[in-house]
Design a protein around this ligand. Sequence first.
Ligand code: CMP
Length: 154
Amino acid sequence: MSEQNNKERTLIILKPDAIQRKLVGKIITRLEDKGFKIVGLKMIHMTQELAKKHYEAHINKPFFDSLLNFISSTPVIVMVLEGVDVVNQIRKLVGATDCKKADVGTIRFDFGLSIQNNLIHASETVNDANREISIFFNQNELFDYKLLLDEIIS
Ligand code: CMP
């Protein structure tokens, strides 16, 4: 990224089905291949408290209890990616929530099995991203560094 003020970040969660099916490496490769920079990454246990904060918009949905059980069933990997228009670009790469409706070539089309077991969460908007990143990462867990690619991405 050439302009400091272009800097946008998004939160990614690799969910329990990605862990169980050993798809973590493949999915991270797809994100890196697109040219985005990893600025934070760790494995955590998604406690009910964290899940309720992260998924607060879904608390009253009929699938919420099932989602809570699913998302806390194994550790998950949380990542922050940075890049130009990263929120929208990653959502396109990830595909529709329901894997059956995801476009061909998206991560969810290629690997996902259902609407719940959709492998990966990616923030929907820049505001959501900022809120979600602050739930999972302290400032000192996020890194500011230069990639050679930064100069040619616009
Ligand atoms: P995500 O993009 O992380 O946002 C909310 C999550 O809830 C979603 O991916 C799915 O994992 C899950 N989800 C959304 N809709 C449904 C549904 N109808 N039934 C079960 N799980 C759902």
